[in-house]
Design a protein around this ligand. Structure first.
Ligand SMILES: [Zn+2]
Length: 233
């Protein structure tokens, strides 16, 4: 990696739903041009050589917990959080974390880490017997609180992001942080509607008619056949 690899935002910001008909989603190296904002976090590292991206880990976060619309989550990811600003933040002193993406309550998407780089979101984790999910996953944080519901606009933002991650990087599996770090993490929690997400990602009628399998692998199960049961969180 050269310094330019992490130089930050690509030019030409466009709305996150943008995609030319029939065109691949736009990426500038590992930065998605469908994001609304780019803020390069210093918290990242190299992925193991040759490691393919396989998994998107869904998280939830808000700072202070349960308060939405502020800028303390980006501040945390940028190591600029004023840890004296709230009693809860005393436990965050010195914490160096990041996620590739953060989706606010209104559906605005921020990107903090180049997808080609390893962000620090999952911690000690295991997916299907493989440790260290950060090595082969992309981390997506939703502004929210575990156990609470998420906004329609967040799902609407998540779908094209996931489709772009699959199209460009081959990521076809989804998991919650709670699933890869059971007992240690509870996000995004029972308020996240995996069934709604699965339905939103359902391929077009033409693809269904062709009898193809859904290309998404949801928590707790392998790839879901069309007409199969819905995913469980
Ligand atoms: Zn998490």
């Amino acid at each position: 990696m050269t310094p330019e690899d992490d130089a930050g935002p690509p030019p030409g910001a466009v709305p996150h739903g943008w995609q030319r008909p029939g065109a691949e989603p736009a990426w500038a190296q590992g930065w998605w041009q469908g994001a609304d904002r780019w803020c390069a976090s210093p918290n990242h590292g190299i992925r193991p050589p040759g490691m393919a991206l396989e998994l998107a880990v869904i998280h939830s976060i808000s700072l202070p917990p349960g308060q939405y619309g502020g800028l303390d989550v980006p501040a945390l990811f940028l190591n600029r959080l004023d840890t004296g600003a709230h009693p809860y933040y005393a436990g965050l002193v010195g914490l160096e974390v990041s996620a590739h993406f953060w989706i606010r309550r209104d559906g605005e998407i921020w990107q903090f880490v180049d997808v080609r780089r390893r962000a620090w979101h999952a911690g000690r984790s295991s997916w299907r017997g493989r440790e260290n999910c950060n090595d082969y996953s992309v981390g997506i944080e939703l502004e929210g609180l575990e156990g609470e519901r998420f906004e329609r606009g967040q799902y609407q933002a998540l779908v094209p992001l996931l489709q772009a991650l699959r199209s460009r990087w081959g990521i076809a599996a989804l998991s919650g942080h709670e699933h890869v770090a059971p007992g240690r993490k509870q996000d995004p929690g029972p308020g996240f509607d995996w069934t709604a997400l699965q339905q939103a990602l359902r391929p077009s009628a033409a693809v269904c008619a062709a009898g193809e399998r859904l290309p998404w692998d949801f928590p707790g199960e392998g790839p879901v056949a069309l007409g199969g049961t819905t995913a469980s969180a």
